[in-house]
Write a protein that binds this ligand. Structure first.
Ligand SMILES: [Fe+2]
Ligand SMILES: [Fe+2]
Length: 399
């Protein structure tokens, strides 16, 4: 088969190779393409380009009408060979594959992947180890609900509280910040080890980390609002959080952080919002609460997905809770200053009757947290009695 392409005045150094390549695309190896054109360096550049691409090149002028004759390219086999071993990395618009090939590396899902190239060193290449069917929807919801700390909170709203109530708010904010920092590090660490084929999970974890970055910011800012120093950070609280950072398994980390920890935090943030003594505290806890609900939703959906695919996984999760409980047995758990600050916030004053009501409100909160954990554990697949047992072993530090 013979074909012809006229480049007119266009040189190969100006994009002419695209036209030649396109014309060759319709030919089989061994077919000839006649190239004509007026560019002064066409002959020279086309000869070099053909050598580089593995095509044959013949100067038509040699055997016919002298200089200015047609140039003939014989299509080589190299282009076809280059893609002979290429495979599609799943389907772009379909669900992700059950197993992602490390050799797909950073290729987009659905791309035709040329063989060779570096494999990706991701820890998690199996769908069931990271996936939840709700992940694409949750990511879309997360992208649509990003808020700007500078404008979403009215930082100028009055916060002239009695000194001790302000100190309680500052103590709680100090505690929240360290929890948020752990909650930021964990999804960031997990996402760096997810095979990018599961891109919605990667995107969702990235937005989760961005959410936590905002929570760190707004809680810090509320803590500093009246210019005083921040509150205390207890060794037991930090030990509890640190035990989350070292969990190597994706599902177990997601379970401990999002199902148990953030699940418990949702109740805490709701409590803080309800008892907020000033508009800024009400705003920052409401905004964080909205984000946390998504984090919990993914943790629960993913853990349930994994446990349904492999029911023996419930045993792994159970052991993780027991292990963490044993490791934290000798620590104090919740910072007593945080507990006292919660009581004072719910009390609203130092009247004995108010303190009694505040104390009861915090105990009620702990009951709600326990109930929420048991409900989520049951959803994942734990029988009710086991769910109650595991909920009781959850850290006293809430997260
Ligand atoms: Fe958070
Ligand atoms: Fe979170």
């Amino acid at each position: 088969m013979r074909a012809t392409i006229d480049l007119d005045g266009l040189g190969l150094d100006g994009g002419g190779h695209l036209l030649v390549d396109r014309a060759l695309g319709g030919l089989r190896p061994g077919d000839e393409l006649t190239v004509t054109g007026r560019h002064p360096a066409l002959r020279l550049h086309l000869a070099a380009w053909c050598r580089e691409r593995g095509h044959g090149f013949r100067d038509g002028a040699d055997d016919s009408a002298g200089d200015g004759g047609p140039l003939v390219v014989t299509k080589g086999a190299a282009t076809g060979q280059r893609w002979r071993d290429a495979r599609r990395a799943g389907a772009a618009n379909g669900p992700p594959e059950a197993s992602a090939d490390p050799r797909w590396g950073l290729a987009a899902r659905g791309a035709l992947v040329e063989a060779g190239g570096p494999p990706i060193g991701a820890h998690w290449s199996e769908r069931d180890h990271v996936w939840a069917d709700i992940a694409p929807k949750l990511y879309a919801a997360a992208a649509a609900s990003q808020w700007d700390p500078a404008t979403a909170v009215d930082w100028s709203a009055p916060a002239a509280l009695p000194a001790e109530v302000e100190a309680a708010v500052v103590q709680i904010m100090t505690y929240l910040v360290e929890n948020e920092q752990a909650a930021l590090i964990i999804p960031a660490r997990l996402l760096s080890q997810v095979h990018p084929h599961y891109r919605e999970v990667m995107q969702l974890l990235a937005s989760q980390a961005a959410d936590e970055a905002r929570h760190v910011e707004v809680f810090t800012r509320r803590g500093m609002l009246t210019g005083g120093p921040l509150g205390t950070s207890s060794a037991g609280g930090r030990a509890s959080l640190q035990s989350l950072l070292s969990e190597p398994d994706f599902t177990t980390a997601s379970f401990l952080l999002s199902v148990l920890g953030e699940g418990t935090f949702v109740d805490l943030l709701r409590f803080l919002h309800r008892h907020a003594p000033d508009p800024v505290t009400a705003d920052v806890t409401r905004l964080a609460l909205r984000d946390e609900a998504r984090h919990v939703a993914f943790g629960v959906a993913h853990t349930a997905h994994t446990a349904r695919a492999d029911p023996s996984y419930l045993g792994v999760l159970r052991q993780a809770v027991e292990r963490r409980h044993a490791a934290l047995l000798d620590t104090a758990g919740l910072n007593t200053e945080v507990f006292d600050a919660l009581v004072l916030l719910a009390a609203g004053s130092w009247e004995p009757a108010a303190i009694e009501a505040g104390w009861q409100a915090v105990h009620q909160l702990q009951g709600q947290m326990d109930e929420g954990r048991r409900r989520r554990l049951a959803y994942i697949g734990f029988p009710d009695d086991e769910a109650a047992e595991l909920s009781a072993l959850h850290t006293r530090n809430f997260m």
